[in-house]
Design a protein around this ligand. Sequence first.
Ligand SMILES: Cc1cc2nc3c(=O)[nH]c(=O)nc-3n(C[C@H](O)[C@H](O)[C@H](O)COP(=O)(O)OP(=O)(O)OC[C@H]3O[C@@H](n4cnc5c(N)ncnc54)[C@H](O)[C@@H]3O)c2cc1C
Length: 399
Amino acid sequence: MAANRLRTRADIAVTLINPRAEFVERIPLHQLVAGNDDAVADYDQLLGAGIALIVDAAVRIDTDRRVVELLYGAPLSYDFVIYAVGSTAEPPASIPGAREFAYPVAELEHARRLRVVVADLPPGAAITVVGAGLTGIETASELAENGYRVTLVCGGQLGPYLSTRGRRSVAKVLRKLGVHILEAPAVTKVTADAVVLSDGSEHPTSVTIWTAGFAVPALAAASGLRTDDVGRLLTDETLTSIDDDRVLAAGDSASPSGVPLRMSCQMAGPLGMTAAETVLSRVAGTTPAVIDQASFGACVSLGRRSGIVQFAHKDDRAIDLSSTGRLVAPIKEAVCRSTLWSLRREARRPGSAFWFKGGRRPAAAVPDAPEQEAPNLPLCGRSAGCGPDISNLAAHVEP
Ligand SMILES: Cc1cc2nc3c(=O)[nH]c(=O)nc-3n(C[C@H](O)[C@H](O)[C@H](O)COP(=O)(O)OP(=O)(O)OC[C@H]3O[C@@H](n4cnc5c(N)ncnc54)[C@H](O)[C@@H]3O)c2cc1C
């Protein structure tokens, strides 16, 4: 979205750096695991004419020299960088066995790897999904609908984002699909064929899927730019880095005023356009606008035949109003299609994509983080809450 929006000016040369030659639509990654979507799209129609796609990974943003260092290619010089590296997930090292035995679904390669494992299971095999946020709920319902015996370990609450009524509806549909919901306990250990819970019980499982939270790449921190405690780039409300006004952020990896928006496609698109608009303002010498976007809530699939729309206030707090049932399934399908549709439209007609405004966000001060030394991490190295390491990106970059 950011790259496409920048094309509203013909005299700006836009380069998109991405480690894969194809666009990954992450929203249906749980469907890829169940075998009913491939979750990729061709960049040809998603990127406007003239945008240079470089299939490589950024390993450092050198703000002094104003270059982006790449894993394979020569460093790229820039006037502005929009940092939109998204999010990922990695089972935590603090839970014994989680890294060895649990499968994440946050990235294409995760989902493809898990698809192979799931496709090999006999019908009715036991699958444990750890984490009952929206990704965990979608994954559990998709697999239950495909005939697996799914246990969903919530670690406190089913669907923390949902309203009370929404949560009740989701629980009802999940139970109908045969999902065994364990709300209170958390997973304390994972083995090859079981999970151990905080109440001391052990549950046999053929596969454990980890969906307990997203993390972000460590590229900002590795570039010496200040981040929030998760690793998202700290910006002001125009999405400009608090350390460097030539660096902007958007999407899951942005932390405007240290009060990030919910990691979601719904928020990421408008943030991408806002970041591009800030660049356009700077180039034109005008004052950039601040973030102004509204949430509608969340549309969550519950298998292929059901779903729930959880409505929210403009500031994304869920309200006790939701709608569930068969009609929601095609709505969710339409939402997924509209993500690609709006990218294509913006590619064809830069400036045409729109989003719903929510007003200025309440004044939030950028946390008074002390000036950091460049953290001297291994590039894209892992620190608490950060990932993936560069080997993950290297796996799908063609040299
Ligand atoms: C299973 C699942 C279901 C979801 N369902 C929904 C949903 O229903 N609704 C919703 O709103 N959201 C949903 N999300 C979340 C949504 O997909 C993300 O919030 C959204 O994709 C974030 O967009 P983004 O542009 O910030 O980052 P991403 O889509 O993650 O894109 C970031 C890109 O940057 C690349 N990158 C990373 N590091 C580097 C580097 N060093 N150099 C170059 N490139 C790099 C990544 O490989 C990736 O291609 C879901 C996510 C998952 C996993």
